[in-house]
Ligand binder design. Sequence first.
Ligand code: SDX
Length: 436
Amino acid sequence: MKSDLKPSGTISLTHEGGTVEFPVYKPTHGPDVFDIRSLYKDTGAFTFDPGFTSTASCESKITFIDGDEGILLYRGYPIDQLAENSDFLETAYVLLNGELPDPEKRKWFENSITMHTMVHEQLKHFYNGFRRDAHPMAIMVGVVGALSAFYHDSTDITDPKQRLIASHRMIAKMPTIAAMAYKYSIGQSFVFPRNDLDYTSNFMRMCFAVSSEDYECNPVLCDALDKIFILHMDHEQNASTSTVRLAGSSGANPFACIAAGIASLWGPAHGGANEAALNMLEEIGTVDRIPEFIARAKDKDDPFRLMGFGHRVYKNYDPRAKVMRDACHEVLDALGIRDEPLLQVAMELERIALEDEYFVSKKLYPNIDFYSGITLRALGFPTDMFTVLFALARTVGWIAQWSEMIVDPNQKIGRPRQIYTGAPQRDYVSMEKRPA
Ligand code: SDX
């Protein structure tokens, strides 16, 4: 990766030791950044930024988000245009390679992914170690981490060829591993991938075909899921992507890094929110109970939050949520369940929240997770599979960001510091001398 940090001036910082200057870089889009890499050396002080709300951890050319304007670009292409005109594999190619593929490159990429969808027969034995009621995300963390033990020929991260094979293997095998986690949880036999199906149809068939009856995906449903995968593919330096980058910065192999990303995504404040949002809608149950939950979400003493609402970056409507809402309506219409009660509750909840001063003043809008749960349940997935589907799609972004980090000339092992406010230095006290 060629660094394109464009110095546009400097800022000065005056502290007890004097005044120091730091370069300012201008981005293609978004805020300027102050390069404070020499701050500790020049001033002996650290910055303090818990949650990294004001910290750019890296230079990246992959995804841009404007939270105030509700803009999301993958390699400069607006998310709604990709969702409308592209498909999963083409968008994956764009994220990984930076440009739209020509027909020849598209064919090469599609063939490479298709040829890596199967998993080693030994990998199946990992599933038997889990209880049938294990959360599928627990299975995903375990099985994806175990891939490190199977592909020694593609874990040398200094070899571009091995990085490419590992990347394609990861993207290709996630649907197979995810479908196996689902089948295991419902006590059905695993279904092998087929090379004559596209990425998303293959995944749906591996989930819903049974040995006694094949499954052919309704094109409307498969198109909706393909669109959902595109929406979830990448999102700048979110918690799970930052986890993958930090794990990768130590030189860990890509399979282990993706397993770390899956673990981070599982949290209800992050990728687990789609499961939590649907559970919340089911708990609300009917439109007349919405005010009770709105009041709880506003109550500082109540830990309850409106799941699927709010975002660290978006202080406007999440552009993905708009596409997600349309996909939700398409799926429910195709299934003839537009009067799905949970959709009525979700739409009324959204209407009320968007008019409520608390949510307006805090700029809390629906995020991608608000409508995804209703859609995924209508597609036939149980709630505990929602975050697995998020991880399946986000694997492309994790791999793209991990690959970019490996070749970033400014990259070094991630090692934040802290402000220590614990006990002052003191001597050990033997037991007999300790106060009773
Ligand atoms: C994803 O980072 C990404 O890009 C993530 C993601 C991706 O694609 O990778 O977009 C995917 O994770 C989407 C977010 C899914 N999470 C949820 O829907 C869970 C519910 N949302 C909240 O937990 C919260 O909004 C976060 C975690 C998403 C964002 O939290 P922040 O940025 O740390 O904001 P905050 O917690 O400081 O909240 C600011 C204020 C607080 O009130 P005050 O202390 O200022 O009085 O808003 C309130 C919060 O209490 N608030 C909410 C709320 N979200 C924030 N109040 C009620 N309901 C909510 N959902």
